[in-house]
Write a protein that binds this ligand. Structure first.
Ligand SMILES: *Cc1c(COP(=O)(O)O)cnc(C)c1O
Length: 372
């Protein structure tokens, strides 16, 4: 079976240095908030061109602590996309604020600035922008709307480390940016880990306290916080893997180019814009035959996945927000037609060719069976 992402073959490339790095941490007996974490914070901040990086327990906590640091809570509204992983909306509700969903752009699956504009109310405090699949949103328009309405901008960059918008790395463009190092992300740990980046000293100071029980000086708690730290073993692993990030992102882009060249006449492929980069955490196609194609590929030993089968506004957990089916036609249509193909950086040219030819075969069979 060709997997969606082949962590095993990635591991083979860097197993020795990673095992050595883990051993070093184990023998140091410094496991939480030590040198490795501090070095990783510095390197990630540098990588995304932000002043500060703060390691946290996972990407979800990165979002949660960002909302807390911005002072968002009960009575506040945060505008975001319904076409994302559940966490993006979940954290807004978990700080007692109201997630306000708006529809997406049908080509990039990112939040549509025109829709954001219409959704602003006197209660709106922030826009949470999700760079879905590794492609950026229209940042200039969104930043302008934020400025006009005095809104904070949180970037959920969990799927998009290294992606550039007009030459600037995302994550550091808004007020605060969030990354996830979940194992299958483009930069993945061997467990849970995440990072917040910001250019604001004030937000940095707040997050430093929030991740450590509201405390900066031991046993002196200035606020109610969380236990949300990135541990030294994960930091050591991530420092080794970070060395491969640019090579891996280039590999993803190359595979995507190959897929698009060979498939764009039969399925909708992700468009690439000159100002808005795509680092292909996922390579998603669209076809009205999505379910049939996915079954066919399964029989051919090719994994596929659906991101996301149910948009957030139709999730049971958000029933209390009273959104109806049909409210966000683009997000709903995308959920019904989208299919992600395998795109790990180690996917071989042979496998790419096999996947492409199986998809082309499926459509050949389809056309022949309907033309009679
Ligand atoms: C993965 C992901 C998260 C959550 O990150 P975790 O590290 O799994 O908590 C949040 N938002 C998006 C868009 C994600 O892809």
């Amino acid at each position: 079976m060709i997997p969606m992402v082949d962590l095993k073959s990635e591991l083979e490339l860097m197993k020795e240095p990673i095992l050595n790095a883990i051993k070093e941490v184990v023998e140091s007996t410094s496991y939480i908030l030590g040198d490795k974490g501090a070095t990783l914070e510095k390197q990630i901040a540098e990588y995304v061109d932000a002043k500060y990086g703060i390691g946290v327990a996972n990407g979800t906590d990165a979002l949660l602590l960002s909302l807390k640091a911005l002072g968002i809570g009960a009575g506040d509204e945060v505008i975001t996309t319904p076409f994302t992983f559940f966490a993006s909306g979940e954290v807004i509700a978990n700080v007692d604020a109201t997630p306000v969903f708006v529809d997406i752009d049908p080509n990039t699956y990112n939040i549509d600035p025109q829709e954001v504009k219409k959704a602003v109310t006197p209660k709106t405090k922030a826009i949470m922008i999700v760079h879905i699949f590794g492609q950026t949103a229209k940042m200039d328009s969104l930043l302008e709307i934020a400025k006009e309405n005095n809104l904070k901008v949180i970037e959920d960059a969990c799927q998009a480390i290294g992606t550039e918008y007009k030459g600037k790395r995302i994550g550091s463009i808004g007020d605060i940016g969030c990354f996830s190092f979940f194992p299958s992300k483009n930069l993945g740990a061997f467990g849970d880990a995440g990072m917040i980046v910001t250019n604001s000293k004030e937000l940095y100071d707040k997050v430093i306290e929030l991740r450590n029980h509201g405390s900066n000086i031991k046993y002196n708690h200035t606020t109610l916080g969380f236990n949300s730290r990135l541990d030294e073993i994960q930091a050591a692993i991530l420092l080794e893997k970070l060395k491969y990030l640019d090579i891996f992102l280039e590999a993803r882009k190359k595979i995507a180019t190959n897929y698009s060249r060979e498939l764009s006449d039969i399925v909708k492929t992700p468009p690439i814009y000159t100002t808005r980069e795509h680092t292909f955490h996922q390579y998603s196609i669209e076809t009205p035959y999505r379910n049939e194609l996915s079954n066919y590929l399964q029989q051919k030993q090719i994994s596929t996945a659906i991101y996301y089968p149910t948009p957030l506004h139709l999730q049971e957990a958000f029933k209390y927000l009273n959104y109806q089916n049909g409210k966000f036609p683009v997000a709903e249509f995308s959920s019904e037609n989208i299919l992600a193909l395998p795109i790990g950086p180690t996917l071989t040219e042979d496998h790419q060719g096999y996947i492409i030819s199986c998809i082309r075969d499926f459509f050949d069979i389809k056309i022949n069976s309907t033309s009679e």
